[in-house]
Write a protein that binds this ligand. Structure first.
Ligand SMILES: Cc1ncc(COP(=O)(O)O)c(C=O)c1O
Length: 394
């Protein structure tokens, strides 16, 4: 019998969608995939070269569990340079992607029954990770403009609140949270004695005037209550390399290291060496990708805002648009009724050949997520196809 812990998990809607796409492609259908959460660019060549050299020079053995000191030092330099945060190497742990850094954080901090406040819409894995750690996800919707509802967050705080989870720039909305909201979150954490886990994996992908701010940088007091999560996955087009990290109070990082030592051990040795090269010398590549994403965001936003029944604020970061499509609910095409975001995603996949992710996956069933991490040519074709399909709805 499979454990209750696993039985309690929701199936991954993104994985189910991928097998559907594969099946349709096998049947010969042309599918433009705007569902994935990763850059379409290749990893910058100097990073690949550094990994190759590390392998050739025998850097293929176990490393220290929290990561090689050279990488933790490079991460500390990055925090100082980009986030005005001073961390030493023993306040940093390198993990197998941000995903494991986050899982590890919840395992290290949560006891059964502890509550984790998660503003929604939110990334698919948060709720499951929190449940796996035995804690209780407390979902708090954001405002219609996708900005944090600080009053609702305050009302959700109880004596069991252990963590407030923030993700800016946000997946799936693309929202970037301004200083005022982050400062209020910090005040609440200090007043009610809980931690803030700040997932900053899209930090480098910002297009608007709101700058990225690490909430830990406000004061020494809040830094002692923050675990900042980041990764090389999105910024450096390194999703498959599986490299992420966390920085926080020494005791928390030590606990995470103990868990990691008994579960995954270190992140891949030569990937760690390549990551030093990425963090220290690949800003130009990151900026080139950011500019390409910005041009695509502008194009997609212009098209999508003209589609009947699609409503969304201009996203300031990440590489997603997350329009509310609830005005289309109840519309029909032949025998099919669009009775929700999943039905719309299914319709667009089967009739238009464009894969999008229904908002249900992100605790937001009135919306649908489209990724602009695809070539401009594919985006133009995908928008034409969606527009035709929407106009056919009666
Ligand atoms: C908000 C957010 N956090 C974390 C992750 C996981 O990143 P990684 O691939 O480094 O594990 C993702 C990936 O989609 C994400 O969107």
């Amino acid at each position: 019998m499979i454990s209750k812990r696993v039985q309690n998990m929701s199936p991954s809607q993104t994985l189910e969608l991928n097998s559907k796409i594969a099946k349709l492609r096998q049947e010969g259908q042309s599918i433009i995939a705007l569902n994935s959460g990763e850059p379409d660019f290749n990893t910058p060549p100097p990073i690949i070269e550094a990994a190759h050299q590390a392998m050739l020079s025998g850097k293929t053995k176990y490393t220290q569990t929290p990561g090689i000191p050279e990488l933790r030092d490079a991460i500390a330099r990055k925090f100082r340079r980009d986030n005005q945060l001073i961390y030493s190497a023993d306040e940093i742990i390198v993990s197998t992607g941000a995903k494991y850094a986050l899982t590890n954080t919840f395992m290290a901090l949560c006891d059964p029954g502890d509550e984790v406040i998660i503003p929604t819409p939110c990334w698919v894995s948060y709720v499951e990770m929190v449940k796996l750690a035995g804690a209780i996800p407390v979902l708090v919707p954001v405002h219609p403009d996708n900005q944090l509802d600080m009053e609702a967050i305050e009302q959700a705080i109880t004596a069991r609140t252990k963590i407030l989870l923030l993700n800016s720039p946000n997946n799936p909305t693309g929202a970037v949270y301004p200083k005022k909201s982050l400062a209020r979150a910090a005040e609440l954490a200090l007043a009610h004695d809980f931690y803030i886990v700040s997932d900053e994996v899209y930090e480098k992908l910002i297009y608007g005037s709101t700058p990225h701010i690490s909430v830990a940088s406000f004061s020494e007091a809040i830094k002692a209550r923050c675990i900042t999560i980041n990764a090389l996955s999105k910024a450096y087009a390194m999703t498959g390399w599986r490299i992420g990290y966390a920085a926080g109070p020494r005791d928390v990082i030590k606990a995470m290291s103990a868990i990691q030592g008994h579960t995954t051990s270190n992140a891949t040795s030569f990937v760690q060496w390549a990551s030093v090269t990425a963090l220290d010398g690949c800003d130009d590549y990151v900026e080139t990708m950011r500019q390409a994403f910005e041009a695509r965001r502008d194009y997609l936003y212009e098209r999508v805002s003209k589609f009947p029944g699609f409503r969304c604020p201009l996203p300031d970061g990440a590489f997603y648009l997350f329009p509310d499509v609830s005005d289309l609910f109840g519309r029909k095409s032949n025998n099919r009724t669009i009775d929700g975001a999943s039905a719309l995603a299914e319709y667009l996949l089967e009739e238009a050949g464009v894969a999008l992710v229904p908002g249900n996956a992100f605790e937001a069933p009135r919306a649908i997520r489209m990724t602009y991490s695809n070539s401009m040519e594919n985006l133009v074709e995908a928008m034409d196809r969606i527009e035709r399909a929407i106009l056919q709805l009666a």
